[in-house]
Design a protein around this ligand. Structure first.
Ligand code: XIL
Length: 300
């Protein structure tokens, strides 16, 4: 096939991108979006600081713009994200009472998932809950500090009852290298969830890589997680300087794992990227295909 989405579909996978509502008026942007991609993740529009900026007052306008557009173009949607320590309003991060925070978290999950019910293929229920470095433990956040480490399980259980048809993912960065303590910490959590029947369906590997691309163990990591009985997905791919080899290696790691169900790049053109200074994407600032585009298409 001649586009990323159509080529990925030949093996039953999707190829997606992050989309920013503010760019939907740009015809070059939407032209590439609709030609190449069959999955969409809102870059910021479903984060807590947009969806519930003040307690109990929900704003779905920007998210709806992206969801409605994706539906009209036959693109699947990843929901991103329900519980995250970042882009979190201060009215949440300042809560110190566990009962209050528990009901605030569960209400947020329930309201947002209810609003988008039936329109989201997979939700990043919890994002970036593990610490960098050697601890292999959860990071400090208002959720862990006030509710305890069980907040992740609680979030997934609440999510499952809110929308039983959506796949429920745990999403994080720097969990691509199998030997890293952070990877092992997330692996132990997923293994524990599966063994106790806590509802989890997928693990998202953000894959924000440096110039070298993925660690050599990336495919091992994907297949070890998949062996626990979850789907794995590459959810926010970008690679500093976007070398063709680094992109091809990343795509091949996914293609070689049956339960790696899709790949999402974190933006369309380099100028759209949150790392725009590193030119990490598949299209240049004018919207032309870069060399990494061709190596990606070939590896799919
Ligand atoms: C980034 C967005 O791309 C930026 O526009 C925003 O300013 C900050 O967040 N991990 C995630 C994504 O899960 O939501 C982040 O997206 C990048 C890192």
């Amino acid at each position: 096939a001649s586009t990323l989405g159509a080529q990925a579909a030949q093996s039953g996978r999707y190829f997606g991108t992050a989309v920013a509502a503010g760019r939907l008026g740009d015809g070059t942007y939407t032209g590439i979006l609709d030609r190449e991609f069959n999955s969409v993740t809102p870059e910021n529009e479903m984060k807590w600081d947009t969806t519930e900026r003040s307690r109990g007052s929900f704003n779905f306008g920007p998210g709806d713009q992206i969801v409605n557009r994706a539906a009209a173009h036959g693109q699947r949607m990843r929901g991103h994200t329900l519980v995250w320590h970042s882009q979190l309003p201060s009215w949440v991060s300042s809560i110190r009472d566990a009962n209050t925070l528990r009901s605030v978290m569960n209400n947020h999950i329930t309201q947002v998932m209810n609003h988008y019910k039936g329109r989201i293929y997979a939700w990043d229920v919890v994002n970036e809950a593990f610490a960098d470095g050697g601890s292999g433990q959860q990071r400090s956040s208002v959720f862990r500090d006030v509710l305890g480490t069980g907040f992740i399980e609680e979030a997934f259980r609440t999510a499952r009852s809110a929308d039983p048809a959506a796949k429920l993912c745990y999403n994080d960065y720097s969990i691509e290298n199998w030997s890293d303590a952070k990877t092992q910490g997330v692996y132990r959590m997923v293994r524990d969830f599966k063994s106790r029947g806590v509802p989890i369906d997928c693990v998202g590997f953000q894959s924000h890589f440096g110039t070298g691309g993925p660690p050599s163990s990336f495919q091992t990591t994907l297949s070890n997680f998949a062996a626990l009985g979850v789907d794995v997905q590459i959810t926010e791919l970008d690679i500093a300087q976007a070398s063709s080899a680094a992109y091809a290696n990343t795509v091949r790691a996914c293609m070689n794992v049956a339960r790696c169900t899709g790949i999402t790049v974190w933006g369309i053109r380099d100028s759209d990227s949150w790392r725009s200074g590193e030119n990490p994407l598949l299209f240049d600032r004018s919207g032309n295909k870069k060399a990494a585009y061709q190596s990606t298409l070939t590896a799919l």
